[in-house]
Design a protein around this ligand. Structure first.
Ligand code: NAD
Length: 488
């Protein structure tokens, strides 16, 4: 309709400090209404080529600035995003479907913090030096930015995860070409409008919008992009590994998870239950760190299940801009269908659905009838081998099963291809350490969830990824080290 097309937001690529229109566009949906509301550039080889050229041209000047100069620019950018926090949060909620509350309190504050954090941490790295008196030699290391970094990010935490890559990459002196998810491009585009004011020179940050198959792959295959930092699914990571292999690119891969929560009979359930509901359903369950397999020790199993389901039922699903809503819309119609199908498959296999999908009525406000909503869903009586216990669902669905012994639960928790994040609940400190050491998981939270210190490594084992990110790890990834020997 006319009214419709008038209101469409049209994004442009940001190349060499300028907004550049594209010859073709992709429709982007508002997940909470099902309407197309935005046009995203459908970039390909040509656009990526222009962006890489701009980034290459900007590299000599940017890489020769002092860490302090770069730090000041990053801090300025953080201030500017923070100043517009509400506008960014509104945009993220509309574009992604997440609740305004989550965007306001998690996504955008973290994007601001990413720039502040790396603005600070870049000032504190030291290189190494060793001496070899018998040879009359000393050795030291020097680190330099690598060049043009290719950054590819997913749709679940759009600006949060994109800035988690842009901040360390440019803090270290690289220039970047970034490609956000074609489903959530708006906040990246909004950030581009602030770069000049922050003092980021043209060409240091270039953003090319479009699909993974076209724009993403062109970036991965570009011979002048020696390093790719990717967050997304394991399947895409395999493709990126294959496509980048002829160039021997440096890869950082942050991938999916099938994260267990292990709840022993001495756990403080008053803490554990609300936190495990949150770890299962926060951001519609669309966080790589979300819990999706809950192992509960037999003695407290029935009590846990009763209280857990009661707590899950309190979570309100509906219009993301309503501040009382806990669960917004899922990212797309296709994704909603995929998540629902997992619940159907579980049912067909004989599992029981205790609440949510297919069990409870979902009442939506009139404007949200065509949105991609789903109630928080709890599945039980499900076998460890079933697809709901093995595959990443990435929606508001969690499975609860019973276990008897520590030895048994460690084996079962490790019995998936993934290894990203685990939580352990117990009042026994010895057990907590023992179990944490034996879990195949890049992150283990005990008696809490999602408490992060950005100084420490973040990343997954097994099919959950390669490499780590964090203060020191990102610095190492985004710089090339050289060992220099001096004879005196
Ligand atoms: P995805 O793999 O489909 O897409 C991620 C990004 O890669 C998008 O920008 C996409 O356009 C691009 N892409 C797709 N195909 C490509 C190709 N052939 N070449 C280059 N780029 C390509 O993932 P998604 O569905 O957007 O995100 C959800 C996934 O991300 C989940 O598996 C989730 O667990 C994972 N994730 C992991 C972390 C982590 O830190 N470990 C964080 C968030 C999300």
């Amino acid at each position: 309709t006319m009214a419709h097309s008038k209101a469409l937001l049209v994004l442009e690529n940001f190349i060499g400090g300028k907004f550049v229109p594209c010859s073709s566009y992709i429709d982007s949906y508002n997940p909470s209404t099902g309407d197309v509301y935005c046009k995203v550039p459908d970039s390909g080889k040509e656009e990526v080529e222009a962006a890489v050229k701009a980034a290459k041209d900007a590299f000599p000047i940017w890489s020769s600035k002092s860490p302090l100069e770069r730090s000041q620019i990053l801090n300025k950018l953080a201030d500017l995003i923070e100043h517009d926090l509400e506008a960014f949060a509104q945009a993220e909620s509309k574009d992604q479907g997440k609740t305004i509350t989550f965007a306001r309190t998690v996504d955008i504050p973290r994007a601001v913090h990413n720039f502040r954090f790396f603005a600070s941490s870049i000032l504190h790295h030291v290189t190494e030096c060793t001496e070899m008196p018998s040879m009359g030699c000393m050795h030291y290391t020097s680190r330099a930015p690598v060049g043009v970094a290719g950054l590819i990010s997913p749709w679940n935490l759009p600006l949060y995860l994109l800035t988690w890559k842009i901040a360390p990459a440019i803090a270290c002196g690289n220039t970047v070409v970034a490609k956000p998810s074609e489903m959530t491009s708006v906040t990246a585009w909004m950030m581009c409008k602030l770069l000049e004011k922050a003092g980021v020179p043209p060409g240091v940050v270039n953003i090319v919008f479009g699909t993974g198959a076209k724009a993403g792959e062109a970036l991965v295959c570009h011979p002048d992009v020696p390093l790719i930092s990717f967050t997304g699914s394991t399947l895409t990571a395999q493709r990126i590994t294959e496509k980048s292999a002829p160039h021997c690119k440096r890869l950082s891969l942050e991938l999916g998870g099938k994260n267990p929560a292990i709840i022993f009979d001495d756990a403080d359930l008053s803490q554990c239950i609300p936190t495990t509901v949150r770890s299962s359903f926060a951001n519609q369950g669309e966080i790589c760190l979300c819990t999706s397999r809950i192992f509960v020790q037999r003695g407290i199993y029935n009590e846990f299940l009763k209280r857990f389901v009661a707590e899950a039922k309190k979570w309100k699903t509906g219009n993301p801009s309503d501040p009382t809503v806990n669960i917004g819309a899922l990212i797309s119609k296709e994704h909603l269908q995929k998540v629902r199908n997992y619940v159907k498959k579980a049912q067909a296999e004989g599992a029981r659905i205790l609440c949510g999908e297919g069990v409870d009525p979902l009442a939506l406000p009139p404007g949200n009838q065509k949105g991609y909503f789903m109630l928080p869903t709890v599945i039980t009586e499900v076998k460890d081998e079933s697809c709901c216990m093995q595959e990443e669902i990435f929606g508001p669905v969690t499975c609860v099963v019973a276990f008897d012994t520590e030895e048994e639960v460690i084996k079962r928790a490790n019995g998936v291809k993934y290894g990203l994040a685990a939580t352990v609940w117990s009042g026994n400190v010895g057990r907590v350490h023992r179990v944490a050491h034996r879990l195949q998981s890049g992150l283990v939270w005990t008696n809490c969830w999602l408490v992060r210190d950005l100084n420490l490594p973040f990343g997954g084992m097994k099919a959950s990824g390669i490499g780590r990110e964090g203060a020191k790890d990102s610095y190492e990834f985004f710089t090339e080290v050289k060992t220099i020997t001096i004879k005196h």
